[in-house]
Structures are given as structure tokens and as C-alpha cells.
Design a protein around this ligand. Structure first.
Ligand SMILES: [Zn+2]
Length: 274
């Protein structure tokens, strides 16, 4: 149900603005930007939709720190989670753990592709984070359970992927509140602003965008997606992919190949502390 993500690049505001708005109008679009970062309750750091965080390590860090206080209260973990390697609760200093990548998958769970993604992750002993839609979880609760049982983390991607920045406050609250319970929120298409950040904070949800946009939703070919993952890999990087919203065969193939190579380079894969 999801379509191509919108792209928001804050810095390039003027140009992208038009494009973003256009995409935002598509109800199911997805997001993406190149950047992102755990974001911000602090408007000044960034989080304007889309900034590319890759070149701005310091702002990312600040954004991370600014949100730490909001995370601390929720430490509920899924019950059946096996012992898996992942950062301590609330540890958002992602770049401090060496060659660790944070794989993220949006728009699921989805009947056909989520199990395939889970299978590849299992093969590579990788933990990941799934930013799920409430409407999908309602349809496939067993897949959400499977994600958690395998030690992955789950983040809120809202109820049904509306662009939050285009909604009145009450609707924004509804979209967030009806999504899966988590300490993390990834706003659809990455569209956010200070108001959305404040509302998310009121729900004790930290906004988490991404560093590397594989653009897998555009179905550019598995080789392209694989290259995006490999090119963006660096300690602490959050990588955006999708297990829902369309045919994800390219994503599954690219993930398998990329992890094979990255593991040989010494990378490991952890779930975000959501
Ligand atoms: Zn999405």
C-alpha cells in the first residue's frame, strides 16, 4: 500500500520543498531522505525533514543527546526476546560501538516479504528494527510477534502512513497513538517539524530517521540497493529499507548480498533501542 517515499531535504529546502509536498500528497508514500537522524525535540538541530545527516555528524549527535531524556521512562521489552547483542536501553550513541550498522525496515509487516527479510537477517545473525504501520500490524499480528521473538526491535511508523505535517494536531496524535507501542517514531516520508517532534515527545517517542536511504522503494534493481547499503556503511549508520509497500524482492536480494560482504569487513548489525 505504500508508495514511493517523499523526499525531504531540509537544507535544500526551497527546491525539495515542492517535491516533497507533492509526494506528501500521496497517501501511502514513503519516505525518504537521505538523512536523518535520530531526531529531535530540538528544532534547531535538525530535524527538518530530510537533512542529510551523513555530512553532519555533529548535529546528529546533538539531536541524539537532546532526546535522551525522553527515552528513559520506557524500558518495557517484549517478553519472549532471546538474548541478543544490542545496545543497552537508551544508548543512542550509535557511532560509539565500532563497526555496527542499524538496519531498518519500514511499512510492514507484510505477509510475503517480512518473512523473507526475517530469514535473511537470521542467516546473517543480524538484528534490525522494523518501523511498522498499525494497520499492517492489525492484519498480521503474528508477523510482529515473529519480529520480536527473533530479537528485533519494533518502532512506530504511525497507523496508516499519513504525512503528519499535513494533519491537524488531533489527527497527528491519533496517528501516533494508534500505531504500535514503541519508544521510537519514524514519521512517514520523514516529514516532520518542531510541532510533530513535540507531539511525539509527549508520547515519549523519539523520532528516528536514517542516515542511508537505499531508495529500495523505487525498485532500482537489487544491485543498486546493494551498492547504496555498501556505500553508506559506516559505524553507527541507520540504513533505510522497506519490507512493506510493494514487491520487495530486490530489497531481500540486496540485503543478503550486502550483509555477506559487510560481515567479511567486520560489521555487525544491531537493533535500535526502541
Ligand atoms: Zn514508510
Amino acid at each position: 500500500m505504500t508508495k514511493p517515499p517523499g523526499k525531504l531535504l531540509p537544507l535544500v529546502a526551497a527546491l525539495l520543498c515542492g517535491a516533497v509536498l507533492a509526494q506528501a500528497a500521496t497517501p501511502s508514500d514513503h519516505s525518504v531522505t537521505s538523512a536523518a537522524a535520530p531526531v529531535t525535540q530540538t528544532p534547531s538541530h535538525g530535524l527538518q525533514p530530510g537533512t542529510s545527516k551523513r555530512g553532519e555528524p555533529s548535529s546528529t549527535k546533538q539531536a541524539t543527546q537532546s532526546t535522551q531524556s525522553t527515552q528513559s521512562t520506557q524500558s518495557t521489552q517484549p517478553a519472549a526476546k532471546p538474548a541478543v547483542a544490542k545496545p543497552p536501553a537508551d544508548d543512542w550513541n550509535l557511532a560509539a560501538h565500532g563497526k555496527v550498522l542499524y538496519l531498518t525496515f519500514d511499512d510492514g509487516p507484510q505477509r510475503e516479504w517480512t518473512p523473507k527479510v526475517l530469514q535473511v537477517l537470521r542467516k546473517h545473525k543480524a538484528q534490525a528494527t522494523f518501523f511498522v504501520l498499525g494497520i499492517q500490524v492489525a492484519q498480521y499480528p503474528e508477523l510482529l510477534a515473529a519480529e520480536r521473538a527473533a530479537g528485533h526491535q519494533v518502532g512506530n511508523h504511525t497507523w496508516d502512513h499519513k504525512t503528519l505535517t499535513l494533519l491537524p494536531d488531533a489527527k497527528v496524535r491519533q496517528e501516533i497513538a494508534t500505531g504500535v507501542k514503541s519508544k521510537c517514531l519514524r514519521p512517514p516520508t520523514g516529514a516532520t517539524n518542531a510541532k510533530i517532534a513535540a507531539i511525539a515527545a509527549a508520547y515519549r517517542q523519539r523520532q528516528v530517521l536514517w542516515d542511508v536511504d537505499t531508495k529500495d522503494w523505487e525498485k532500482p534493481g537489487a544491485a543498486h540497493i546493494e551498492h547504496a547499503i555498501l556505500a553508506g556503511a559506516r559505524p553507527g549508520a541507520i540504513i533505510l529499507m522497506h519490507d512493506g509497500g510493494g514487491n520487495r524482492s530486490q530489497t531481500v536480494a540486496a540485503l543478503d548480498r550486502a550483509l555477506t560482504k559487510l560481515t567479511k569487513l567486520g560489521y555487525t548489525y544491531r537493533a535500535l533501542p526502541c
